[in-house]
Ligand binder design. Sequence first.
Ligand code: F6R
Length: 612
Amino acid sequence: MCGIIGYIGYRIALPILLEGLRDQEYRGYDSAGIATWEDGKIDLIRSKGKIADLEKKIGDKKSNATLGIGHTRWATHGRPDDTNAHPHLDCKKELAVVHNGVIENYLELRSDLTAKGHVFTSQTDTEVLPHLIEEYYDQGGDLLNAVYHATEDVDGYYAMAVLSAKDPNRLICARLDNPLIIGIGDGEYFLASDMAALVEYTHQMLILENGDIADITPQGVTVYNKGQKVERKISVIDWDKASAQKGGYEHFMLKEIHEQPWALTQTLNGRISDDGQEIIFKEFDATIKDRLAKIDNIFLVACGTAYHAGLVGRHAIEKLLHLPTQTEVASEFQNRDAIITPRTLAIIISQSGETYDTILAMRKCQQMGAFTLAICNVLDSTIAREADAVLYTYAGPEIAVASTKAYTTQLAVLYMLTFYLGKLMGKISDAELKELIAALAQMPQLAEETISELESKIFQISLGFAPWNDAFFVGRGIDSAVAMEGALKLKEISYIHAEAYAAGELKHGTIALITPDVPVIALCTQSELISKMISNIKELQARKAAVIGVTTRGNQEVEAVCKDTLYIPQTNELLAPILANLPLQMLAYYAAVVKETDVDQPRNLAKSVTVG
Ligand code: F6R
């Protein structure tokens, strides 16, 4: 979703701003723009389309500006075109503002400002910001104060950066429920929505907190909250620009699929005791352990792929902990009267840690007294910071819009958490725990094996798959959760309409859609459910569907009823989703490649969904 970039220092700003926008392209956008300060004037360039279109507009224009802001916009209010693109200016063209988020009371503010003589040129909610800041700036002449007063008038959520023609060495920024990070350099500062745009220049990050307003000059950064000066810690991140680049792969998604064995290793690292007998979470102190030991019901709350990880997590928790457990879509959870008590554990799953609906759902759980535990991939993101405790997935930056390694590592953390709680609550025997932990520890190696053994076969299958407009994914038990993720992956990047069904549901309606040769992916990893799955596959076969089975090595009876069969290595069946998901990711990837869609930035989608 929209991306902000900013620079203040001694270097020429324009190339830094453009590179920073490129580094955030993956977030999803449909127009882009840049404003720089030079010789007391603001120079504004905006364009519909890609950064390449913006660059065309810039042409060989020379700029010596050392202060500037830029933006990639994902349209919410007003169509994607040059005039709705950010930055937006005030009436005098002396203030430039870029903004992520939504100003909910913009219509009211716009009409007040229009009555005061302000002239609007776009359809955006954002444009009220420069005009509002202009009002206050004209009254007091101080940019910081003007931004502060403007934020007080605004309802909604935002990350914003502001520069003024009259303040040559100053960049003001503010955040509320939208990420904004200041990269600390030596005599220079960088601003971005995502660290990926900053790692080229610095590893020291000041992550703004809700309600923060930062005053940045080449001499330093001062942060205020509710009008008071506050200290914010500097986080040092340990990955570099190469981690956020394609590294020879054709797409980020393919690179990230291949990174999964490594991501699993990173995530498991240091969390399994040397004797393999227990899970160690250094993140949990005695108070947290005490609280967790008393939990009597669990909610897993998330969106999209993270929600699908939560569905797998529910199966594992119910099987091993025997606790009432529900997995909820965050956007709907807000509309539910869910039964939450101080003995509820709310597991909040989010790769980015910035998904707006997930943040709201987490806050609702907190208000109702639940203990909130985040599973998150982005250091110090909003969810990671606001949750009562956090377990990070160490998947590294995930750039492709379609989540792969984040999902797989979310599963790994959910399994570890289940094993941990099982021991804490005395619900799993030592012998069973040891066996489960040993199986989990093998996952990086088995994931590697699965990917390398199946990739070329999957490419071949995808050739016959791509012409189809529809596909179905079916499974039973924990496999039905994997089927849902498989269908999401396929539809979001290949645009093939894909649906997932609990296999037993097929004959209750969906089987009417089965026509000769339509692809159906049947997940069969759970031995006690295989005979039922085979019956379902036979029903599909009778309607001439092209069934592709995903099963564990040794299950020849599945191969006997399928057109194609993809074998995953043998493992403890509870953990099979980690491996069964891998061929589905590759199938989606290659179907999209064959269809020549934009794999890493599929249409209409954004990486981090920071609006509700
Ligand atoms: C799909 C995908 C999305 C995200 C969802 C939640 O491939 O990536 O469905 O899983 O938008 O995002 P996070 O995990 O950042 O909260």
